[in-house]
Write a protein of this length. Sequence first.
Length: 357
Amino acid sequence: MNKETTLSNGLKITKAASSKINEVDFKNIDFGKIFTDHMFVCHYNNGKWQQPEIVPYGPIQLDPSARVFHYGQAVFEGMKAYKDNSGNTFLFRPDENFNRINKSSERLAMPAFPKEFFDTGLETLLDMDNEWIKPGMGNSLYIRPFVIATEASVMASEANSYTFYIICSPAQAYYEGEVDVLIADFFSRSASGGIGYAKAAGNYAAQFYPTNLAKEKGYDQIIWTDSSSHKYIEEAGTMNIFFRINDTLLTAPTSERILDGITRKSILDLANKEGFNVEVRNIEVTEIIKAAENGNLKEVFGAGTAAVVSVIKGIGFKDKHYKVPVLQDGYAQHFKKSLTNIQYNLAEDSFGWRVKV
């Protein structure tokens, strides 16, 4: 039988009758397909967020007319918990995730979530399901906060009822090996004045079709370009993207079209602190192609929470393919090691990014 308790901070807890952790082979985990024993839930009704809860992980029941199904009011975040060799659990820059999900919610006319609910709920959830967080480089617990519109109505306007969830999934390395990417010259990820900077569910759904077309040509992902001219590079798949031309590290500036990636800004902070030559500016497609042709394009890599750093070994553009060097001691590997060492408590954190749970 599930046991219910209410903490002094008002968080209601219903523990699962038993754990399913012993059914999981932690050496063979498909990303995002296995979930822990509990989840965080908080409903918004009558103009305010209600009592937050942690309940056993399981299906949710929604009316067929719930507005999330019809008008796409849904935002989410992606973050991770890490465990060091002493059994301590850490989050990486969780305030950035909290601020960004509220920024995304604001853009979709959804109510901001209280920080005290987020912090207390997440910490309690991680404490309850702590055994699911395995130590060792590459192991982590992927954390997915998300908000959906739940009001039963097909009126074309913002909802009056929402639910905030946090679910967790044990994870290993997200990407294996290097990838080939195709530069988009027709499809767009987002447009000026749109919701590209928000982690809105619809942003990702719109990527699947053009990505599948790229896969038919032998590519793994797409490098997105600006929607008006397809002249400037913006993102790669679901990641921010970096280019190394000779010894200069380039990335596009964030904007209303580009997600303000936490891994991206962490790499930039590391690079600036360590004295790398960094340029955050508009990057023309022709500039990258020219650098690839004359041998000045030394590295290309994506950056994001799931993959941390994903090395790109080839770029396609207008029926031509350009190989990119894969360096074992390059910038990509340097920044990945620096970040993961901070995340797993293997190195000093001079930025204060690591938060012990």
